[in-house]
Design a binder for this molecule. Structure first.
Ligand SMILES: [Zn+2]
Length: 258
């Protein structure tokens, strides 16, 4: 099993870099959680542990201790940059061990092709988490929180998802991870539903009206009922806002968790 240790930088009393109303600690946690979720949902033969899964402070030595104790295959520390600049860069320890540099190169290239931002290069530094880990380790700096154009991207949930996916693609490439043949649907999806009908014809009428209002609904058959579904989201508030928008336009709409 490939044991991947994901370390969202900072946390708790240490916000990390701040700018444009954003905090590094929250962004790294969101990215880290998504990396874990995608890896566990879509790949086989992979184990994932995180240094933190909530907003707590954790000393750097504790992060490396946890990874060493677990016997991780690889350590990935996630950060957001600050201090003038733009784009993406990766770090390994300044000892530049061959295997570590090889993995950095695969990760970096794979991530750059997906992120489509300025490439600041593959670097080395004597950072504590890179020094203290017994396994190969990488630290990613994902854009600049204090640069307007970068911060604008970091405010987008879709972009954070892309950053997480880029890490996953990098890891999959670096460790030749195999995808599951059947990928289970995301747990806890929030479905926006506009009515539930025993008769298909009635469901179709509602579907047509919603289409005319500019949406793309479809009919889902569940427990003998025809349910008009307008959207499905992993994020509850996105689902709630679509439901509210539909109600404003005169449709019945509710959010159902499944
Ligand atoms: Zn940081």
């Amino acid at each position: 099993m490939v044991k991947l240790f994901i370390d969202p930088g900072h946390g708790g009393t240490d916000p990390g870099a701040v700018g444009h109303g954003l905090q590094e600690k929250a962004l790294t946690l969101e990215i880290g959680r998504q990396i874990r979720d995608i890896l566990l949902r879509e790949y086989v033969g992979v184990g994932v542990k995180m240094s933190r899964t909530t907003d707590v402070f954790l000393p750097l030595t504790e992060r490396t201790r946890l990874a060493n104790q677990w016997g991780a295959t690889y350590f990935v520390s996630i950060h957001i940059n600050a201090g003038g600049g733009s784009g993406f860069e990766t770090f390994v320890h300044s000892s530049r061990r061959t295997q570590t540099v090889k993995l950095q190169s695969v990760m970096h290239d794979e991530m750059m092709t997906r992120l489509q931002v300025a490439d600041r290069g593959q670097k080395a530094a004597d950072f504590a988490v890179l020094r203290g880990t017994k396994m190969p380790a990488i630290l990613t700096e994902n854009l600049f929180i204090d640069r307007t154009t970068d911060a604008h991207k970091l405010k987008s949930g879709a972009f954070l998802r892309l950053v997480a996916e880029a890490h996953v693609f990098g890891l999959a490439q670096a460790f030749q991870l195999q995808k599951k043949s059947v990928i289970p649907s995301q747990n806890s999806m929030y479905r926006v539903q506009s009515g539930s009908f025993e008769v298909m014809k009635n469901a179709n009428q509602v579907k047509k009206k919603i289409e005319e209002a500019g949406y793309s609904p479809f009919i889902r058959l569940e427990n003998g009922l025809h349910k008009v579904q307008v959207g499905a989201f992993s994020n509850q508030s996105n689902a709630e806002s679509l439901a509210a928008e539909l109600r404003k336009k005169g449709f019945t709409a509710g959010v159902f968790r499944s």
